[in-house]
Write a protein that binds this ligand. Structure first.
Ligand code: NDP
Length: 333
């Protein structure tokens, strides 16, 4: 790789997140740029070609995608598809010799994560997860306060994310495509907020699942509340829900407290501690730092901070949470 050259990124799946966040963010990155697209919708291909000056030879569909291996313009493939398609397209990208960044949740289960990690190792390409908050200054500050015990050890964490999602037609409510509703979609944020603030991995979880609207939530939980116990004594409590807006991270250590609200939304965090407001200059899109960090990791041949291993850790915890909700038992990790 040439350090002076921007790495070429191809987005796979031109839905809401790719359109509203990733493509605009990639116009402002220093080390990578949007040069290719993979889409099943020909009309989107036409719009994007014009809007982002993408040449015809850098446009693929889901069938001819594997030919991307012959395209030297594209260094990084970014998978932004429904969750059930993450593993397949990440593995196909790795086999085509491209570095892979995959949206969250990394896959439907730990087994798929293992297959993705193995495929990227075999192909000697980097694997990252689209954990934009790993690079956000508000989240990094809460993490510093917690892991460095600036106000003493963390005792409790409340870490919750939810919004209203009641349209049965969307893939997020389809178990096969989404993998299991709010806990799959939003759980990764609640988990990473808590475990990265404590600086430990949980050793046990308990969980409760709820469904109120059985017409909409046929085979998935509408809401999952869960608790994580950490080896050092901290305990976290989380709500993931598709029926109400909640978005916050709140940390206590004795009489001291700090937190973020909103915390996890892509519109940006705001924070406060018992001593006053947190105030950081943040770029227009969180994904700018995320993508520049990934590009630099690729150029320096090192695993990203938000690696495939990190994505797999959260899936492992989600699997335990779902088991705990289904059985009503405390599940050890
Ligand atoms: P959308 O439904 O808006 O977009 C998904 C796109 O995938 C579609 O537009 C379509 O693109 C393609 N696609 C291919 N097959 C299917 C199918 N069977 N059903 C539906 N779409 C299909 O989803 P989002 O953009 O909101 O989410 C995409 C991914 O990004 C998810 O994994 C989600 O969790 C993640 N995400 C991450 C966020 C973050 O902050 N990190 C925020 C939002 C989402 P085309 O027409 O081009 O083929």
């Amino acid at each position: 790789p040439h350090p002076e050259k921007k790495l070429g990124v191809a987005l796979v799946g031109l839905g809401n997140y790719a359109t509203r966040q990733l493509a605009p963010a990639l116009q402002q990155t220093e080390h990578c740029q949007l040069v290719g697209i993979v889409t099943g919708t020909p009309s989107k291909a036409e719009t994007w070609k014009k809007q982002y000056n993408i040449p015809e030879q850098n446009v693929y569909n889901y069938d001819n995608f594997d030919q991307i291996r012959n395209n030297p313009d594209i260094d990084i493939v970014y998978v932004v598809l429904p969750n059930s398609m993450h593993a397949e397209f990440s593995i196909r990208a790795a086999k085509a010799g491209k570095h892979v960044i995959c949206e969250k949740p990394m896959a439907l289960n730990v087994k798929e994560c293992e297959q993705m990690i193995a495929a990227c190792q075999t192909a000697k390409v980097q694997l990252g997860v689209g954990y934009r908050l790993y690079y956000d200054p508000y989240h990094l500050e809460i993490r510093r306060l917690g892991t460095q015990k600036v106000h003493g050890s963390v005792k409790t964490v409340e870490s919750s994310l939810g919004f209203s999602m009641a349209d049965p037609k969307v893939w997020r409510l389809n178990k096969a495509l989404g993998g299991g509703g709010a806990i799959m979609d939003l759980g990764v944020y609640c988990i990473q907020g808590a475990r990265r603030t404590v600086g430990e991995l949980p050793n046990a979880v308990t969980a409760q699942g709820f469904v109120h609207d059985e017409k909409v939530f046929k085979d998935i939980y509408e809401m999952v509340m869960f608790q994580m116990e950490f080896p050092g004594g901290a305990v976290s409590n989380s709500t993931t829900t598709y029926s109400s807006y909640v978005d916050r991270l709140h940390v206590t250590s004795g009489y001291q407290w700090y937190g973020l609200q909103p915390s996890y939304n892509a519109t940006g965090a705001q924070g406060e501690t018992f001593e006053g407001k947190l105030n950081y200059q943040t770029p227009e899109f969180q994904q700018i730092k995320q993508m520049d960090a990934f590009a630099q990791d690729v150029l320096n041949q090192r695993a990203p901070e938000a690696s495939g291993m990190e994505g797999m850790i959260d899936l492992k915890i989600i699997e335990a949470i779902v088991k705990a909700a289904q059985t009503g038992k405390r599940v050890q990790l």
